[in-house]
Design a protein around this ligand. Structure first.
Ligand SMILES: Nc1ncnc2c1ncn2[C@@H]1O[C@H](COP(=O)(O)OP(=O)(O)OP(=O)(O)O)[C@@H](O)[C@H]1O
Length: 455
């Protein structure tokens, strides 16, 4: 496609950028649509096809991780796989660029841009896929990579370790409670590795009986046992050149541990029923929610195997220890499920946000994800309220948490509002943008209330 026939969507939260790009593009392309709010991106793509999206990567001042950009990139890839996406960022570095391209971006431009270069990049992005895009390197079909979200210090550290470790061949052991994102991290490690173009093979080893363990992982020959009507390649071989992810590794017995250790030491597997070893070339990632070090101390897990697995160890913190991420993830899942169900994206009342923050999340991000799906589907107003979230009492594991009784001497409403605002501001060390977000208010609405309460 040539540029002058193209329909281009530009999404950036800076009005000046939108203005400049509209001015530049309106004489060069057939149609240019600009939008400040990335949340409207998907509905714009539904309304009309665009040939390319110029997408900003950071939407909140001071945030330079580009995670929002990666998130929207993934969503565009899912919804409009043939639309070219060019990412715009002021904070580019090589790793971000690589991550963007692996996530399916067509190209990457640094702000401030040169007009000539931007037009050339756009024109190149509109060429058919088999065309002249720079060659070299193995190509991987752009999958809708789920971004690992979270701005808490703990998650930023996890992402920094991933970036450092992913390109190496180190075996990585992922520790953390259920639903903290271990599998997501394993996929990120694979996607950012040199093995990204080869398979990512996952196996839940705890689910394998002792008998199945060997044949699933190492394969079997035809007739090796009663049900073996044909020979079958095991997970190790299937992952050749790529990554093998062994989940729930802490739950396997000592006999399986010995078999696994032998395979890892010898870098080869012997399929059940065969005498011929098959060499394997895998990078091993494993995960467990069991206290593996304590299991080693008790003699229930082999120390030598653990040392094979944990060249690098990454511990995913429970969600209750990363308060800052609860709101961000809740908004993310609200967006995902509202879009999936073709519903408007709900807002959150301040009280609902408080309830989400105060819940201990025993099921971590997975529990939050399900809570948001339920709330979006069953919610009756455009603003989610505390009643839209009913958590099971973690103690009993069954009954929904009782509704808090009314305070006997309720504070006057204005007092409550003032206290709530003051607390939110204190929690965010005076950062009004963050306080406003937690309270479910726009910054302007928060300023009005500061004025009203003389804060
Ligand atoms: N930081 C995150 N950002 C976005 N989504 C996340 C994040 N962490 C977890 N999720 C989502 O939460 C769900 C559970 O994550 P995942 O399966 O990776 O957890 P896990 O620790 O491997 O769980 P388990 O121990 O139960 O296997 C997935 O749908 C995943 O996409």
């Amino acid at each position: 496609m040539i540029l002058k026939h193209a329909r281009i969507l530009v999404v950036d939260d800076e009005p000046d950028v939108l203005f400049a790009l509209r001015l530049l593009l309106k004489t060069e392309v057939r149609e240019v649509v600009t939008e400040r709010n990335p949340e409207l991106l998907l509905s714009l793509l539904r309304q009309q096809p665009f040939d390319a999206v110029l997408l900003d990567m950071n939407y909140r001042s001071g945030q330079a991780t580009g995670n929002e950009g990666f998130y929207w990139l993934g969503r565009i890839r899912e919804q409009a796989p043939s639309t070219a996406v060019i990412l715009l960022t002021a904070y580019g570095d090589v790793r971000t660029a690589v991550r963007a391209l692996k996530g399916g971006a067509t190209d990457f431009l640094l702000k401030p841009w040169h007009n000539e270069q931007l037009l050339q990049t756009l024109a190149a992005a509109l060429q058919p896929k088999t065309g002249s895009k720079s060659g070299g390197g193995p190509k991987k079909p752009a999958g809708p990579a789920t971004a690992l979200l979270g701005e808490s210090a703990a998650m930023q550290e996890v992402r920094a370790i991933i970036e450092k470790v992913a390109p190496t061949e180190a075996n990585v052991l992922l520790l953390g409670e259920n639903g903290t994102g271990k599998e997501l991290v394993a996929k990120a490690l694979h996607e950012q590795s040199r093995r990204a173009a080869r398979p990512f093979v996952a196996a839940d080893v705890a689910a394998l009986s002792e008998g199945l363990f060997e044949s699933e992982l190492f394969g079997h020959t035809k007739g090796a046992f009663t049900d073996a009507q044909a020979s079958r390649v095991g997970r190790f071989e299937a992952a050749t050149g790529g990554t093998l992810f062994l989940d729930e590794i802490g739950n396997i017995g000592l006999a399986q541990q010995a078999k696994l250790l032998t395979a890892l030491q010898n870098r080869q597997v012997v399929p059940v029923g065969s005498n011929t070893p098959v060499p394997v070339d895998i990078r091993l990632l494993s995960a467990t929610n069991a206290p593996l070090h304590a299991l080693v101390a008790r003699g229930a897990f082999r120390q030598d195997l653990m040392y094979r697995l944990n060249t690098v160890e990454i511990t995913l913190p429970p969600l209750r220890e990363r308060d800052d991420d609860v709101q961000l993830l809740a908004r993310h899942f609200a967006q995902v499920y509202a879009t999936r169900n073709r519903q408007p994206v709900p807002e959150f009342s301040a009280a609902a946000l408080r309830k989400l923050r105060e819940h201990p999340w025993p099921g971590n991000v997975r529990e939050l994800q399900h809570a948001m799906e339920r709330a979006v589907i069953l919610g009756t107003s455009p603003v989610l309220l505390p009643a839209d979230f009913s958590f099971r009492n973690p103690e009993s594991g069954a009954a929904p948490a009782p509704v808090a009784p009314m305070a006997v001497n309720p504070l006057p409403l204005l007092e409550v509002e003032k206290n709530t605002i003051q607390q939110a501001i204190a929690r965010h060390q005076g950062n009004l943008t963050k306080a406003a977000r937690e309270l479910g208010l726009t910054r302007t609405a928060l300023y009005r209330r500061l004025d009203k309460h003389d804060i």
